[in-house]
Design a protein around this ligand. Structure first.
Ligand code: ATP
Ligand code: MG
Length: 363
C-alpha cells in the first residue's frame, strides 16, 4: 500500500510527507488515487515565536494571526511552535523561561489555533533540531551570518552578545527544514533569516542530493513591521512592547508610555508621524482610522485622547482572546497535554529526516 502511495506522489511532495503517509496508510486503492490529487495543492506552513517574553502586539499582528489564518485552509497542514531554545540567547531565569513558554503556548491557543488538525509543539521537546543545527552550521559561510541585520541590531542593543545570537539563523533554518516547512509566515524582520534558510537548504541539497524543501517567507505587506512604544521595531528584547494580555489598568499604563512629540493639544498634528496613530491604524476598523485621522488634522485633539482610544480599541478587538489567554494560563495541564501530543506528531517527521541527513553526511 505504501509503495503505491509513493509511486503516485508528485515528486515535489515525496520529500516531506512522512506525516501524510502515516495519516493515510490504511485507505483503499481508489482513495489513494483521490488522495494523490488532493496532495498536489497541499502546503505545509511552519512558524515559531520565541519564549523570550510574553507575545506582544507585533508578534500577534506580524506572525501569529496571519499564520492562524493560513492554517484554517483545509489544504494546509501547519506546524506552529514555541521557540524556547532560541530564547536561551536572552533569558537567564529558568522560572521566567517556563512562564514565557506557557504564555506563548496560551497565545497560540487563545487566537484559535486548531491543534487537532495541525501540529503544536515546544521546540526543545524535539532536541534533534540542535543536532541538525550543528550539521548545517558546518555548511554555513561565516560572512553570511556576520551580515545579518538582526544580529547587528541586537549586538548594538544587548549587553550579552553571545554566540547563540550569532548562530540563531542556522537554528532557525533547521526549525524549518527539519519539518519540511514550505511557507513560513513571519514579520518583515525575519525576511533575511528566511533567505539564509533557503541558502542553507540549497547548499545541503547541492552537496548531498535533494533532501530539504527550500522554504519561502510569507510576509503580509500591509502588516510589515509593527512599531514599538518608542517607534523602533516592537521586540521582546527591546522593552518597547505592548502586551495586550495584561490587566486593563496595566495595559492603559503601557499605552500611556508610547512616545509622542511635544506638539500642544490645540495644534493640528500629522498622524503619519505619530506612534499612537500608527499602532491604532493596525488594529482599528477603517472608519475608526479615518475618524482619528480627521481629529489629528483638526487640532484640539491631544495624544492623551488618541491613547485612550487606542486602549479602548485594543480591549474591544481582543476581548475574547484576552479571556482565553487567562484561561490557559490558569490551566497549565491543558497546555501540557496539547504540547505532549504535538511533540509526538513533530517527532514522527523530525526523526526520519534526521536519519536521512546523518546517512548522507556519512555518519
Ligand atoms: P526577540 O526580541 O526575542 O527577538 P521578538 O519580539 O522579535 O523577540 P520573535 O519571537 O523573534 O519576537 O518573533 C516571532 C515572530 O513575530 C516572527 O515571525 C517575527 O517576524 C514576528 N515579529 C516580531 N516582532 C515583530 C514586529 N515588531 N512586527 C511584526 N512582526 C514581528
Ligand atoms: Mg526577534
Amino acid at each position: 500500500m505504501l509503495i503505491l502511495v509513493k509511486y503516485n506522489f508528485d515528486p515535489k511532495f515525496h520529500k516531506h510527507d512522512y506525516f501524510i503517509y502515516n495519516q493515510f496508510l490504511d485507505v483503499t486503492v481508489n482513495n489513494q488515487l483521490w488522495l494523490h490529487l488532493q496532495l498536489h495543492t497541499m502546503a505545509r506552513i511552519l512558524t515559531g515565536i520565541q519564549s523570550s517574553g510574553k507575545p506582544h502586539l507585533g508578534n500577534i499582528l506580524g506572525a501569529l494571526k496571519p499564520a492562524i489564518e493560513m492554517s484554517k485552509d483545509p489544504k494546509n497542514d501547519s506546524l506552529f511552535f514555541i521557540a524556547d531554545l532560541h530564547s536561551l540567547t536572552t533569558v537567564r531565569d529558568p522560572q521566567l523561561l517556563k512562564e514565557n513558554t506557557k504564555a506563548v503556548a496560551a497565545s497560540w491557543l487563545a487566537f484559535g489555533f486548531d491543534t487537532d488538525k495541525n501540529i503544536f509543539y515546544r521546540q526543545s521537546d524535539i532536541p534533534q533540531v540542535a543536532e541538525l543545527a550543528w550539521y548545517m552550521g558546518c555548511l554555513t559561510p561565516f560572512p553570511m551570518l556576520a551580515n545579518a541585520h538582526s544580529f547587528k541590531d541586537k549586538s548594538e542593543k544587548l549587553a550579552d552578545v553571545n554566540a547563540g545570537l550569532f548562530t540563531y539563523p542556522v537554528l532557525m533554518a533547521c526549525d524549518i527544514i527539519l519539518y519540511s516547512g514550505e511557507y513560513v509566515p513571519v514579520g518583515k524582520d525575519q525576511k533575511q533569516h528566511l533567505e539564509m534558510a533557503r541558502d542553507i537548504a540549497e547548499k545541503f541539497n547541492s552537496l548531498y542530493g535533494e533532501t530539504f524543501v527550500v522554504p519561502q517567507a510569507k510576509i503580509s505587506e500591509e502588516i510589515m513591521t509593527i512599531p514599538g512604544i518608542d517607534g523602533q521595531k516592537m521586540s521582546k528584547s527591546y522593552n518597547n512592547t505592548i502586551d495586550i494580555f495584561q490587566e486593563d489598568k496595566a495595559l492603559l499604563k503601557n499605552i500611556k508610555l508610547i512616545v509622542t512629540d511635544t506638539t500642544p493639544l490645540e495644534a493640528p498634528k500629522n498622524p503619519d508621524n505619530c506612534n499612537v496613530f500608527k499602532i491604532y491604524a493596525l488594529v482599528a476598523k477603517t472608519h475608526e482610522i479615518a475618524s482619528m485621522r480627521e481629529k489629528y488634522a483638526a487640532g484640539g485633539y491631544g495624544y492623551g485622547h488618541a491613547k485612550q482610544e487606542l486602549y479602548e480599541c485594543l480591549l474591544r478587538t481582543f476581548a475574547i482572546e484576552r479571556q482565553l489567554f487567562n484561561h490557559f494560563m490558569q490551566n497549565p495541564t491543558e497546555l501540557e497535554t496539547q504540547l505532549a501530543c504535538g511533540a509526538e506528531k513533530a517527532r514522527a517527521i523530525a526523526l526520519p529526516k534526521l536519519k536521512e541527513v546523518r546517512a548522507k553526511l556519512g555518519l
